[in-house]
Design a protein around this ligand. Structure first.
Ligand code: MN
Length: 326
């Protein structure tokens, strides 16, 4: 299929490049770092070769979220966003942008989101999971009350929020002790991000802001497969739900969430996601440069779904969600 649009597609600036170094063996680092720093050469070639018309670009991970110093986090986010705006201005027909946000400082994050959406023409934000605030050990999730104004602004600006994975900090990773192979995209990313998404759902955030749009990558970080059980375990027992949200969490999952195919090129998994949330809420993505554009595209182009669904997931859902002028 031609004209595909992807929205989990990363780049790095020199200040954040090293954050990606641990995710591939050392002898792949030359290749990965070159992929991350490139925008207009190799990346465009990959897109052209694989029928991909546009990438909505975002900074690598964990980047801003792992900078406990608030002033530094604000500075790096701003620097990355200004750099990205310049790149998009060179090829707005091929690239659009997600904002990096200094969530360490909720007011600064709100101001940066507004600046990116209103002044720079960005399409939303991509945030790499929890933020470390003031000290490396102080982990903050975004269901916390200090984010009330941020979420109100996110809804008002109609800015989709891509909740992207990061690894848990070492002191919160006892379950993976002795098994470092479980970290990152193998398992820890999905676990971390799915729990964060459930926290947002359970907090009542979407009762207060029904217009919020949250995007999850990797076909929903396991949630399509498990969301029914979240709401229906021990159904014969009358149990208090134990959280402030008004509705079963699956209703928020269906009304406020969008999923992408990034890094999860598996037809069986796509079909499950389609059966849970429907093809209007699933969007093609590759997870370049950590995954290959050709791997994502050759799978998606031939996967056994209807051509109508292929057009929606591959392109038109993104056009509608991000109001793209193509
Ligand atoms: Mn990614």
């Amino acid at each position: 299929m031609n004209g595909k649009i992807g929205l989990e597609e990363h780049f790095a600036i020199p200040e954040t490049l090293q954050d990606s170094a641990g995710f591939v063996p050392g002898d792949y680092w030359t290749e990965l770092s070159a992929r991350l720093l490139d925008i207009h050469e190799r990346r465009l070639h990959e897109m052209d070769a694989n029928g991909m018309e546009m990438m909505i670009l975002s900074l690598n991970a964990p980047a801003v979220q792992a900078i406990p110093d608030r002033a530094k986090a604000i500075e790096i986010a701003r620097r990355a966003n200004d750099f990205l705006a310049e790149q998009v201005a060179r090829r707005p027909d091929r690239f659009q942008a997600f904002a990096a946000l200094p969530m360490q400082d909720p007011d600064a994050a709100t101001r940066e989101l507004e600046r990116c959406m209103v002044e720079l023409g960005f399409r939303g934000a991509l945030v790499n999971g929890f933020s470390q605030v003031d000290t490396p050990e102080n982990v903050v999730y975004y269901d916390a009350p200090q984010y009330a104004d941020f979420w109100a602004a996110s809804e008002r600006l109609d800015a989709p929020f891509y909740l992207h994975p990061r690894n848990p900090i070492p002191s919160w990773s006892q379950i993976y002790q002795g098994h470092p192979w479980l970290m990152g995209p193998t398992w820890a990313f999905a676990q971390e991000t799915a729990v964060h998404a459930l926290r947002l759902m359970a907090s009542g955030l979407f009762d207060r802001h029904p217009g919020l749009k949250i995007i999850l990558g990797h076909m929903g970080e396991g949630l399509p497969y498990n969301i029914w059980r979240v709401d229906n375990r021990n159904a014969w027992v009358q149990m208090p739900k134990g959280y402030p949200a008004k509705k079963p969490l699956g209703e928020y999952f269906n009304q406020n969430f969008y999923l992408t195919t990034s890094g999860n090129f598996r037809t069986q998994t796509l079909i499950d996601a389609m059966l849970e949330v429907g093809s209007d809420r699933i969007l093609f993505s590759t997870d370049w440069p950590f995954e290959n554009v050709d791997h994502a595209s050759s799978w998606f182009n031939s996967t056994s779904i209807s051509e109508a669904d292929r057009q929606k997931i591959g392109r038109t859902n993104a056009v509608n969600l991000f109001k793209l002028k193509l």
